[in-house]
Design a protein. Structure first.
Length: 395
């Protein structure tokens, strides 16, 4: 991987960077030559760009200069700052600005780090991006279901539940998804540019079913309004625009496809020869699809499988969803054979973590930079590295 990077890099530019780093740490060319076990004339040729460095030589020099290999091989792409994108798209009051701006900056930093890791390891994130959907003139609900059906077919998801939605969007589509801590009213941040591709931050504080809904909501913006940044929070619209109404409608069709939901509903309805559907069935079915009970009931009401106003009546009776879920959770799983909703709450995407660990293990980044990439302190970075080495030695 590193060979590919050095074969493509401008040797004259690399030589200049190496010379600057050597001078800054007070080493002579003779000192640097000893580091790579070469003659001083070889070091002169390297710094002039007349002699191409070998990967192991670059690693040794970077360590001697107290720098990361990425400092010499990185060519950061020019991308519009996230803050500029969002400032142009949204007007927020000062309190909202102070709440969410640090999260936007963090997402931008993490996405830039992602690009840097890809450059270091010469392992770009594969992009399986579909064409951007344009369904203007079609009724919102029909358009949302049409996109959901087509995307499910494209990704080979059938008409059942999507157990690991985040992994599908990260690994099968190629989106950069981070779970970040946000104020409760915020659910998701979405942005796109040609260099970084599709980037999302999901509120890590929200329960899993809401995070899944936010993922699907953000995915629609990627599918249909790709270049429009989105900051989704409660109460932001007095009058919801068409683009947002489409994004609001999409998750129910994507997470609970009509054909699969109808079949599952009928199977449960006829269970044990009884044509009944109980509140327990509702909790079981919501768990099966990884959505909230409220979202499921609204979907069944729209399909005319439940009487209109079912959710309102249950709410008026004081239904405590979380309490019932906790009390019935074990019983529901035992009775229906269901498992806990699969979830991966890592702050960083899996591919991002693997790139950081591989770069550190190969000596391409320093321990400090490794800690920066994972946003942990050096002690925790050391612990993660040790776990990696123990795992690798057991393979």
């Amino acid at each position: 991987m590193t060979n590919n990077i050095l074969d493509k890099i401008d040797t004259q530019r690399l030589g200049e960077l190496l010379q600057q780093a050597r001078n800054q740490c007070g080493m002579t060319q003779a000192d640097a030559a000893k580091v790579i076990d070469a003659a001083r004339t070889t070091m002169v040729a390297i710094e002039k760009g007349e002699r191409r460095l070998k990967p192991n030589e670059l690693i040794k020099l970077a360590r001697a200069y107290g720098r990361a290999v990425s400092d010499f091989v990185r060519q950061p792409p020019v991308a519009q700052p996230f803050e500029v994108q969002f400032r142009a798209a949204y007007r927020r009051n000062q309190v909202e600005e102070l709440q969410i701006e640090p999260v936007i900056r963090l997402l931008e930093e993490l996405c830039q780090n992602y690009l840097e890791l890809e450059e270091i390891m010469d392992a770009p994130l594969p992009r399986n991006y579909p064409r951007e959907y344009h369904l203007s003139g079609m009724p919102i609900e029909r358009a949302a279901e049409s996109i959901a059906v087509e995307e499910r077919q494209r990704l080979g998801l059938g008409d059942g539940p999507i157990p690991l939605l985040r992994d599908i969007l990260e690994q099968s589509v190629g989106l950069r998804i981070f779970y970040l801590k946000m104020p409760p009213k915020y659910s998701e941040i979405y942005s796109y540019d040609e260099q970084r591709g599709g980037c999302m931050a999901i509120n890590a504080h929200h329960p899993e079913e809401r995070r899944r809904w936010s993922l699907a909501h953000g995915y629609l913006h990627f599918l249909a309004h790709r270049r429009k940044p989105v900051l989704d929070f409660e109460g932001q619209y007095k009058r919801m625009p068409e683009s947002e109404r489409l994004a609001e409608a999409f998750p129910k069709y994507f997470l609970m496809p009509t054909s699969g939901l109808l079949k599952r509903f009928n199977d449960m309805y006829r269970a044990n020869g009884k044509f009944t559907f109980t509140p327990t069935n509702l909790f079981t079915l919501a768990h099966y699809y990884g959505v909230s009970v409220q979202a499921l009931i609204y979907r069944l009401e729209e399909m005319e499988l439940l009487p209109s106003g079912t959710w309102d009546r249950l709410s008026d009776r004081g239904l405590k969803v979380r309490k019932v879920q906790e009390e019935l959770g074990l019983a529901l799983r035992l009775r229906s054979g269901l498992k806990e909703i699969p979830q991966r709450t890592d702050r960083m995407p899996v591919h991002y973590q693997h790139l950081a660990i591989e770069a550190f293990d190969q000596g391409l980044i320093t321990e400090g930079r490794f800690a920066d990439f994972l946003h942990v302190d050096r002690l925790e970075a050391r612990r993660i590295a040790e776990v990696l080495r123990e795992y690798s030695s057991g393979l």
